[in-house]
Write a protein that binds this ligand. Structure first.
Ligand code: RP5
Length: 167
């Protein structure tokens, strides 16, 4: 995993190594756009002191957006958002017991005052969290804005050129 604590603009954190299968999609999207980022396992309940240290130092280290993925009783995004003013994007990881509905509801239902921008359950949510982080960074970065525009154009062209089998 990339780890360059000095220049990262985005941090991708997740509650467990088991979340990587999902959260790697955020990492891959950030890689594709050349956005400096770092990835860490940070558990709200297993490593509370590490979460506190991470969140308390994130802004001063130059991070601009945090993407936090967790499953089950998924309090990582909310507990991270509580300790930093950086925007936090939450990704509900698909859980075995409740298919990610537990993760989604845990992340999305933040009481007023501490927002978490909640994405879709699973891999699409992780990829979109990265795209949203990129769009946020792009408001002040024309080069990134052009990369985002090109990405949309390529996506559109692919869909327009898709053919249905046997048609
Ligand atoms: C959460 O519990 C993690 O985010 C993960 O999605 C879930 C299960 O963790 P493991 O038991 O696989 O470590 O904290």
């Amino acid at each position: 995993m990339p780890h360059n604590a000095n220049s990262s603009l985005v941090a991708v954190i997740m509650g467990s190594k088991s979340d990587w299968d999902t959260m790697s999609h955020a990492h891959e999207m950030l890689e594709k756009f050349g956005v400096p980022h770092e990835c860490h396992i940070v558990s709200a309940h297993r490593t509370p002191d590490w979460l506190k240290e991470f969140a308390n130092t994130a802004e001063a280290r130059g991070l601009q957006v945090v993407i936090a993925g967790a499953g089950g009783a998924a309090h990582l995004p909310g507990m991270c958002a509580a300790q930093t003013i950086l925007p936090v994007l939450g990704v509900p990881v698909q859980s075995a017991a409740l298919n990610g509905m537990d993760s989604l509801l845990s992340i999305v239902q933040m009481p007023s005052g501490i927002p978490v921008g909640t994405l879709a359950i699973g891999k699409a949510g992780a990829a979109n969290a990265a795209l949203l982080a990129i769009a946020m960074l792009a408001t002040a970065n024309p080069e990134l804005r052009e990369k985002l525009r090109k990405f949309r154009q390529e996506q559109e062209a692919k869909v327009r050129n898709d053919e249905l089998p046997g048609k």
